[in-house]
Design a protein. Structure first.
Length: 95
């Protein structure tokens, strides 16, 4: 198994997700293990652009998910500023 990193993921569904990611390979295929994934949506509030965050799986008590790589368009490692945003967002979602 490869090393975990914080990633921005663009899904084939159009969703944009921030998550801790660990690539995983086995005989059945390639996967990403997502830990604490959140959906990030751009919103307009009083002529300003902001971000709305929510859990990726709103009705699940789980925090780890196995995602087939064929459901992903791209994965990029995020910078320190986005990592801070992610940590603050997790605290707001799940205090």
């Amino acid at each position: 198994m490869e090393e975990e990193f914080l990633a921005a993921i663009k899904m084939v569904s159009g969703e944009e997700v921030l998550s801790m990611v660990t690539p995983f390979f086995d005989e059945s295929g390639e996967y990403l293990i997502l830990e604490n994934p959140i959906v990030v949506e751009e919103v307009q509030i009083a002529n300003k652009t902001g971000a709305k965050v929510s859990p990726w799986m709103k009705f699940s008590r789980e925090d780890t998910f196995l995602l087939p790589k064929d459901r992903v368009i791209t994965v990029v490692e995020v910078d320190a500023e986005v990592a801070i945003f992610y940590e603050l967002s997790l605290q707001k979602i799940d205090p």
